[in-house]
Design a protein around this ligand. Structure first.
Ligand SMILES: [Zn+2]
Ligand SMILES: [Zn+2]
Length: 541
């Protein structure tokens, strides 16, 4: 393989890079593969392994994004119509799980490094992403039963104030939640049994009449503040909905949900649930579901324009430049919310919803899974491209409304209202918070695009990935991965064996071609075997 690559490399002039990328894309090869050095600790053999970057956005790596989307579709399909309780199995540790541990260690090191070096808010925003990554990796490791061997790194303390208000109980019939997750079975008069599931779409309320192109009929009266706040708290609201759904139906309802923007740029959520709920019950649950945001009031703007709070190094707090007084701390501001006060905001769904029953293996089921995963390779803000001035202006006005809304307790925007954000740091500027929710491509929603309950399929994404790998291995008649002990190390620029991107790209294409060929061959063999069997049966008959 090395010879072939070297030859190919010679032929690949810099101007041919785009052509190679196009070929790679066609063959589903990762455009930004990561190079790992794999050492067999028993034999000392070293080989280079390219692993796909695993991007979920087509902007970054279209082939990986497409694979990630297919994986989500497989996950959705597998959990939707389960007729037995999923039991998550703990697989034996193997090299793949060892690799997760390796990634975890690297991510922790990156995070600690970033935290130590962080000087501005952009770098601090990256910490959130690293934290998210570490949480994901911990999940993978815990599932693989290797947590004890992994370096857990420094524990990351999270403070939860007891002052956080309890959410009021909604006005709904309440049943005890039985632990089962599988929906009811129905028996038809002819004795046939079926177990329907559901596809539900929940939307935000109206903020004003909109035209067919998603723009407001009257931009001046369109309620951009509510639109911004509902988007910011959409994930929490969805969570409340699921709690209420479980309470009303009386069992541990499982869901696979994806968040997408509507044309008016408000989020909506498509939900596949296991089991059914009547339209009447659903209407009742939606009407009774709300999320109260117990944050300090943002009614009064205290600092704006050039007059902004100033960082005071000795106290690690911000102060009012005119009076020299420290701003109210976050916890104190929360404590000051009195028993008679209203929440800063109450998020609710709109009354409009969509619900349909779906049977396992039906055409409807495939169509709905298509809806559920349709936009997963794009950021929210890239799903609808503004084509007209009116659409661009609508997007601008929403972005402007989101600019000053606090996105979280640590948001820089709290300074505008005279409150220290939680864990204040130097360099915070109200109106310039780097939190994801404020970014144009997020439209106010900073949460995960796919929300899957724990007992949906009883598997993690990594398990689903493993299933696909196992299927391929079997199809190709390859031996399964030997449980040999490997040591994995990232190969970095400057290392002797480091492959530059162009070379990795060619390797990835060569690997994909080899796979495709082997798969075609395996399919042909399977076809031949089947044909032989058929003709043998024919002869026998
Ligand atoms: Zn990739
Ligand atoms: Zn923010």
């Amino acid at each position: 393989m090395t010879d072939r690559i070297t030859r190919a490399e010679r032929m690949a002039q810099p101007t041919a890079r785009d052509a190679v990328r196009a070929v790679a894309k066609n063959h589903g090869a990762c455009l930004r593969s990561i190079q790992l050095r794999r050492t067999n600790t028993q034999t000392g053999d070293v080989d280079q392994v390219l692993i796909p970057c695993g991007a979920t956005l087509a902007d970054i790596c279209p082939p990986c994004a497409e694979r990630a989307k297919e994986l989500r579709a497989a996950q959705c399909r597998e959990g939707w119509h389960l007729d037995t309780e999923p039991i998550p199995a703990a697989p034996a540790p193997d090299e793949v799980q060892a690799m997760w541990v390796e990634h975890r260690a690297r991510a922790q090191a990156d995070r600690d490094h970033a935290e130590a070096a962080a000087e501005d808010t952009a770098e601090l925003a990256e910490l959130d992403e690293l934290d998210e990554l570490i949480t994901d990796l911990d999940h993978e490791i815990r599932r693989s039963g290797l947590r004890g061997n992994a370096d857990p790194g420094r524990p990351r303390p999270r403070r939860h104030r007891s002052t956080r208000r309890r959410q009021d109980a909604p006005d709904l019939p309440k049943r005890k939640i039985s632990p089962h997750t599988v929906g009811r079975t129905y028996t038809a008069p002819d004795g046939k049994t079926f177990r329907p599931s559901m596809f539900i779409t929940l939307t935000c309320p109206s903020y004003g009449k909109v035209n067919d192109d998603g723009t407001p009929a009257d931009p001046d009266s369109y309620d951009y503040q509510r639109a911004a706040r509902d988007a910011l708290h959409f994930a929490a609201l969805f969570d409340r909905f699921i709690q209420n759904l479980r309470r009303v139906l009386g069992y541990d309802v499982q869901y696979f949900a994806t968040i997408e923007p509507q044309k008016r740029l408000a989020p909506h959520v498509h939900v596949a649930i296991r089991g059914t709920v009547s339209r009447a019950e659903l209407r009742q649950i939606i009407a009774a579901t709300y999320h109260q945001v117990w944050w300090p009031s943002t009614d009064t703007v205290r600092f704006d324009g050039d007059r902004l709070p100033v960082w005071h190094e000795p106290s690690g707090r911000y102060l009012d430049p005119e009076t020299g007084e420290l701003l109210t701390g976050w916890d104190d501001a929360l404590d000051a919310i009195g028993p008679g006060d209203d929440p800063m905001y109450v998020a609710r769904f709109g009354a409009k919803f969509d619900a349909q029953g779906v049977l396992a293996g039906s055409k409807d089921s495939a169509r709905c899974i298509g809806y559920l995963t349709k936009y997963l390779t794009k950021q929210l803000g890239d799903c609808h491209h503004p084509a007209t001035d009116a659409q661009r202006e609508h997007e601008d006005r929403l972005a402007e409304a989101l600019r000053h809304e606090p996105c979280s307790p640590t948001c820089a925007n709290w300074l505008r209202y005279g409150i220290q954000p939680r864990n204040p740091r130097r360099g915070l500027v109200p109106g310039a918070c780097k939190g994801k929710a404020h970014r144009r491509d997020h439209l106010g929603y900073a949460g995960r695009r796919v929300l899957v309950s724990r007992k949906w399929s009883g598997k993690t994404l990594a398990d689903h990935r493993g299933d696909r790998k196992a299927w391929l291995t079997e199809m190709l008649g390859l031996p399964a991965t030997a449980p040999t002990v490997y040591r994995w190390e990232p190969v970095l620029p400057g290392d002797d064996d480091y492959m530059p991107l162009a070379r990795r790209l060619l390797h990835s294409v060569a690997d994909r071609l080899a796979w495709e060929q082997a798969l075609t061959e395996a399919r042909r063999r399977a076809g031949d075997a089947l044909a032989e069997e058929v003709s043998a049966t024919g002869r026998a008959a």
